[in-house]
Design a protein around this ligand. Structure first.
Ligand code: BES
Ligand code: ZN
Ligand code: ZN
Length: 474
């Protein structure tokens, strides 16, 4: 489906169907009010009504924040796809540039379907939506649309990767996807194979992947525009499958664990959109792509692993593998690049889902101002976040009897103790630059919510890009 905007009157556009907005349930103001009232359409936010004989499609809009606009647009596009119209036109008049961007993002996100594994694909007829713009700020609206298309496409790209099965998207394949992005957008891409991990002192990531038939990969993908305003490192957990290892997950919890690569997929999506939009920020993506399996080669509870910065880790549960992978990748990233910010993305803990629910990303770190800036980025992005506060008592709980630290703690505060585990691998000079995003809740869904259907959601992509766009304005 293509989305375009033209600097013309609505009547000058040709289309099968006209899309009209009812704002704040003001049904009386519209030409078809009698008809709409007769069929009981009230214009509630996110609801829609087709008048086939008039070739008009009404959408109710009441809430103009990004999240609600995206949802209304996604609902509308899902409804439109059930009809046989191929082209649709609408006026952009209810929107300013910012809200237009959100609405367009919602249209593309709502149009998303993952049909790769379906033997029969339902054809969709809806091919084009064109907006008419009449005013003096046309270029602002064009920019809004360009941004929306890049951000929504990157989100859908991330969703595709998350939805791909572990047998199709294994670590080497993740490296190939990074290389393909590199050739498409002229990025740099360095790949390290597990054969080099031990020479690099990275025993933690090495041991997590040892039982897998797939070779673990450490991917460094970088986008380097000329004269960047800032340098940002993004670190992603890329567990292409998390069986739990010898601390095997129960069958019900193992299901959906193809999504344990969602952090890595978000990093790839963010870099894709940033490169496409040519943001003036140098971005380095570091991904630990690993499969956590069982077998004679598996690492064990009781093992002690030495991470790249020399920290020794007592393994008490092989299912707390993400933090082991990230430990080495964080060390590696900080050695390679001295950034202004370092963010990591990980489906790290079930405890984060208990704390914040399925819809919000857990935001952790030492820099209160930086954490707050992500709460602000919620609004334009449509994503939801919740900050979880570190404290020194929880940090104490990571102490081990046999090594420097252990990879699991007691029952409470599991999202925070996982975050504090990662803190052991953040260098002193980077403490204030670092944010840990636990996306275990929102990265994947088994029931539709917001703009999402079943499967990967692209959590972290819109949030970070909105934050980066704000950074570019400053
Ligand atoms: N990948 C999981 C976390 C997860 C759980 C992501 C649910 C998405 C949905 C992670 O590797 C894990 O297994 N964590 C354990 C940690 C525990 C052993 C301390 C968990 O959360 O149960
Ligand atoms: Zn696990
Ligand atoms: Zn995991």
């Amino acid at each position: 489906m293509t989305l375009t905007i033209e600097n013309r009157t609505l009547s000058a556009l040709q289309a099968d169907l006209e899309l009209l907005f009812i704002q704040n349930k003001d049904i009386h103001g519209c030409e078809d009010s009698a008809l709409l009232q007769a069929i009981g359409f009230e214009g509630n936010h996110g609801t829609s009504q087709l008048l086939p004989e008039k070739r008009r499609f009404y959408i109710g809009l009441e809430k103009f924040d990004a999240n609600n606009l995206q949802i209304a647009a996604a609902n509308a596009v899902k409804a439109l796809k059930k009809f046989k119209y191929t082209s649709v036109k609408a006026s952009s008049s209810p929107f300013d540039a910012q809200s237009f961007k959100a609405f367009c993002e919602g249209l593309i996100l709502g149009d998303y379907e993952f049909t790769h594994y379906k033997s029969k694909k339902e054809p969709t007829r809806l091919a084009a939506i064109t907006f008419a713009y009449e005013g003096t700020q046309f270029s602002d609206f064009e920019t809004a649309l360009t941004d929306a298309l890049a951000i929504a496409a990157a989100t859908n790209f991330t969703r595709d990767l998350v939805n791909t099965t572990p047998d199709d998207l294994y670590p080497l394949q993740m490296a190939k996807i990074a290389k393909d992005l590199a050739s498409e957008y002229k990025l740099d891409c360095d790949i390290m194979d597990e054969a080099q991990f031990l020479d690099e002192g990275m025993e933690a990531i090495y041991m997590v992947g040892r039982a897998s038939r797939h070779n673990s990969q450490l991917i460094h993908l970088s986008y380097k525009p000329k004269n960047p305003k800032k340098v940002i490192s993004l670190v992603g957990k890329g567990l292409t499958y998390d069986s739990g290892g010898l601390s095997l997950k129960p069958a019900d919890s193992m299901l959906t664990m193809k999504m344990d690569k969602a952090g890595a997929c978000a990093v790839l999506g963010i870099i894709k959109a940033a490169a496409q939009l040519q943001l003036p920020i140098e971005i380095h993506g570091f991904i630990g792509a690993v499969e956590n399996m069982i077998g004679g080669d598996a690492y064990k509870p009781d093992d002690v692993l030495t991470a790249k910065n020399g920290t020794t880790i007592e393994v008490r549960n092989t299912d707390a593998e993400g933090r082991l992978v990230l430990a080495d990748v964080l060390c590696y990233a900080q050695e390679k690049v001295k950034p202004d910010y370092i963010f990591d993305y990980a489906t790290l803990t079930g405890a984060c889902v208990v704390a914040l629910g399925l819809y919000s990303t857990g935001v952790m770190g030492h820099n209160e101002e930086l954490k707050a800036s992500f709460a602000l980025a919620n609004r334009p992005s449509g994503e939801l976040t919740g900050a979880l506060p570190f404290n020194d008592h929880l940090k104490e709980e990571l102490k081990s009897e046999v090594a420097d630290i252990k990879n699991v703690t007691g029952r409470w505060g599991g999202a925070l103790t996982a975050g504090l585990f990662l803190d052991h691998f953040i260098e002193e000079e980077n403490k204030e630059k670092w944010i840990h995003f636990d996306i275990a809740g929102p990265a994947y869904t088994e029931k539709p919510w917001g703009v999402h259907g079943y499967g990967g959601t692209g959590a972290g992509v819109r949030l970070t890009l909105a934050w980066m766009q704000e950074l570019c304005k400053a």
